[in-house]
Design a protein around this ligand. Sequence first.
Ligand code: AMP
Ligand code: MG
Length: 194
Amino acid sequence: KAIKKIFETKKRPFFNPLIVHIKNIDYLDVVAQNIPPKAYLLAQHFWPGPLTLLLDKRADVPNIITADKPTVAVRIPNHPMALALLQQLNFPLAAPSANRFGHVSPTSSADVQEELGQFLLPEDTILNGGTSIVGIESTIISCTTSMPKILRPGAVTIEQVESLLKTKLSSENLGNPTRFSGSFEKHYAPKTKV
Ligand code: AMP
Ligand code: MG
């Protein structure tokens, strides 16, 4: 019900999957399976932070979160309030940016109020965690094949990832329509949208 409400409130199409947020690396194999060593290397180096790993999903991750795909996107966010929230839960949290679909992601609670305030119920709450330091989406790396692939450029640079893995990233999936789904495109690569 809660996940459905995320899609409805954002007017996000159900084919656009959500990222699952976890509080520590031990939760990685709660949501994913067949996790390759490179994924652990990336997770240990960049988490908490704006890097999302795409992995084979475990069956108990609800299909509504992953848009019926066999994969799940997962990361640990690096914000004290997000981490404090996750610490209080004994389950991972699917969470997108708090904007209507197609709009630029909010970077402050005032943005969220402006964007979604009218759709909130009296019992709903906007947590005020200050202004975003990064302000663009997480980089998404697929680790479902032996060669990691970049699916979405974002706050962690391709060079940072390649330098850690000591290998070039494949970008054969760059035609994926869900690529560039966020502010990165709007702020930095407006001409590349397909
Ligand atoms: P965000 O825009 O930061 O909420 O991240 C959501 C984006 O992550 C989606 O638009 C997809 O590009 C990507 N994503 C999330 N889950 C999956 C998945 N299971 N398979 C492929 N891409 C995914
Ligand atoms: Mg978003």
